[in-house]
Ligand binder design. Structure first.
Ligand code: CTP
Length: 404
């Protein structure tokens, strides 16, 4: 995951850990930041060290941890860490930490580091619901937010006392995703992106379905690329062979009908919609409640299939002003000119703005393989050929959509 540029010039991240039980989860956060190529220095507060000790932070961050304000005075550490940081993350941030940040207190190394840093600050609060709801805490959160501090979470879920509610720290991998988003190109910040991915499966009976060979790699890679540029991404997914990327809102929709409903209901709130899913074109007219046995059928079987909704066309028909609708065209014709003509026809008939032509076949096009995608824009006779792995193509596609 560490690319050559990062290895030469890794982003410098300071992770402040304050004294809540979620401190143990920040071990995963630090590990993920390091795994993705960051140079991480951890500053635990005195209270945080009661939960997780220096040895753990040093081992995970692979950097020395000197938590005292008067450690390393000769190197002027109380400001040096903040000055060289590209990003400061505080996770978990207790109610007390939020008050300190809002008040600009500098009584400990984390306080001086934050004040000395011009880098973006990402804060992941964690506390019990009552504390989070307290007007004093909310006032501090509003102050930080007004000041441009990035907040992530808290999320709703089980809390330490066995009760549940809002107050859990955001998931460590989501915090890491957001951190990398803040470090890089944030040109998609504020954009709401809706992506479909994976292959639908249409039941015939309780054990059989009609499916396709889609793995979901392209849709997931597009989601990740958009998140890394700061977009908020909803991923409506059918069958996937890869995990959901951290930071997306995932909505499971296994069949064409479920996917249609999910896409249609989320589309009005989306700026960019990308139909990367392989959706069934026909679905069984009836689904048997019991397994269909050979004795009921005989030697040949022709189940009746009916047309599934064309989701892209439906979204195209109700496309709002300023909305960008992107589709794929999966083509297998051997002549490039035929594949291109079919892709352009889909672009026009479905009222999409962009269509991505993917050449598919049994051995090409599925999984994170080297492939080639040609991009056609409705407003232009020109096309753009992008080659590479699907992950790298996704990056380039998001760049190509940037100005549209
Ligand atoms: N699509 C859709 N709903 C369907 C089938 C396809 O929204 N029931 C979308 C796909 O997600 C893709 C685009 O339409 O973005 C084109 O899909 P493709 O399979 O290439 O073409 P079809 O429109 O299904 O046409 P055909 O199978 O006849 O080539």
């Amino acid at each position: 995951m560490v690319d050559a540029d990062q290895a030469r010039n890794p982003p410098v991240i300071v992770v402040g850990v304050t004294g809540g039980i979620a401190a143990y989860k920040s071990v995963t956060l630090v590990r993920e930041l390091v795994r993705r190529g960051a140079d991480v220095t951890v500053i635990p507060t005195a209270s945080a060290l009661r939960f997780v000790g220096v040895a753990t932070w040093e081992a995970i961050s692979r950097n020395p941890v000197q938590p005292g304000l008067f450690d390393g005075v000769a190197e002027v550490r109380h400001v040096a860490l903040g000055q060289r940081a590209d990003l400061v993350v505080i996770a978990p941030a207790t109610a007390h930490a939020l008050a300190q940040l809002a008040g600009g207190f500098a009584a400990d190394l984390l306080g001086t580091t934050v004040l000395a840093s011009k880098a973006p600050l990402l804060v992941a609060p964690a506390m019990h619901t009552e504390m989070w709801d307290n007007p004093a805490v909310q006032h501090n959160v509003a102050t930080l937010s007004d000041r441009g501090v990035h907040l992530i979470g808290p999320i709703t879920g089980e809390l330490t006392g066995g009760d549940s509610g809002v107050g859990r720290m955001a998931e460590p991998l989501d915090i890491a995703e957001r951190a990398f988003g803040l470090l890089g190109d944030q040109s998609w910040s504020g954009r709401r992106v809706l992506i479909s991915a994976g292959g639908t499966r249409e039941a015939i009976d309780p054990v059989r379905f009609i499916g396709n060979r889609s793995t979901g790699v392209m849709g997931v890679a597009l989601a990740r690329a958009a998140i890394q540029r700061g977009a908020s991404v909803t991923l409506v997914h059918a069958h996937l062979e890869v995990p959901l990327p951290a930071g997306v809102v995932g909505i499971s929709a296994g069949t064409a009908a479920q996917m249609r409903d999910a896409m249609v209901s989320h589309a009005p709130d989306s700026d960019v919609i990308i139909m990367a899913a392989a959706v069934a074109d026909w679905v069984p007219e009836t689904v048997s409640d019991t397994k269909i046995a050979k004795r009921d059928i005989g030697e040949t079987w022709a189940p009746v299939l009916v047309r599934a909704p064309d989701i892209l066309a439906e979204l195209g028909a109700v496309k709002g002003p300023g909305q960008l609708l992107v589709g794929f065209a999966a083509e297998t014709a051997s002549k490039a000119s035929e594949r291109e003509a079919s892709a352009r026809a889909k672009l026009a008939s479905k009222n999409a703005d962009v269509i991505l032509l993917n050449t598919v076949g049994e051995a090409v096009g599925f999984g994170d393989v080297e492939t080639a995608v040609t991009i056609f824009f409705n407003a232009s006779p020109q096309s753009l050929l992008v080659e590479g792995t699907k992950t790298s193509i996704a990056e380039r596609l998001v760049e190509a959509l940037q100005d549209r």
